[in-house]
Design a protein around this ligand. Structure first.
Ligand code: CMP
Length: 138
């Protein structure tokens, strides 16, 4: 079993598709073992995306991620990190496969509905950014 962090971004919450997104995870074998709805400050978004701080899109990304509520979840399942990324589709929705969340719902490379951890080490750090071990129903 593996755990990964998933975020339904402000555009996903605004589009009223929280249930649809979670259903896609659950129907493919991922289980929600922790969940919170919250709105990040700009500073909290900068902390979460610190690895991207030199990128040209960092300022816009952190404005966007702090622009409204998000749903953060820990998903668990066999190969959860890779499976979650497969269900989400490519970062750029124009390159995402048919039937993925981003292909179906994203409206730009930034407003791409969901975030998912990309590796075991990042999953650990990202989960700890939002959840204490007592919050996780593992
Ligand atoms: P995410 O998987 O959350 O990781 C970083 C985010 O930066 C990405 O999804 C996009 O929302 C956003 N982003 C904006 N522009 C770009 C870009 N040119 N390349 C990659 N990510 C981008």
């Amino acid at each position: 079993m593996e755990q990964t962090l998933s975020i339904i971004k402000p555009d996903g919450v605004r589009k009223n598709i929280i249930g649809d997104v979670i259903r896609r995870f659950e129907s493919r074998g991922l289980t929600v073992i922790a969940m919170r709805m919250l709105q990040m400050t700009k500073q909290e978004a900068q902390g979460f995306y610190a690895v991207h701080k030199e990128r040209p899109f960092f300022d816009s990304l952190t404005d966007f991620m702090s622009s409204g509520p998000v749903v953060v979840m820990v998903l668990e399942g066999p190969d959860a990190i890779a499976l979650n990324r497969k269900i989400m589709g490519a970062t750029n929705y124009e390159e995402a496969e048919e039937g993925t969340i981003r292909k179906d719902f994203a409206s730009s490379i930034e407003s791409n509905v969901v975030h998912g951890s990309d590796a075991p080490e990042t999953a650990k750090t990202e989960i700890a950014y939002f959840f204490s071990s007592l919050d996780i129903m593992a």
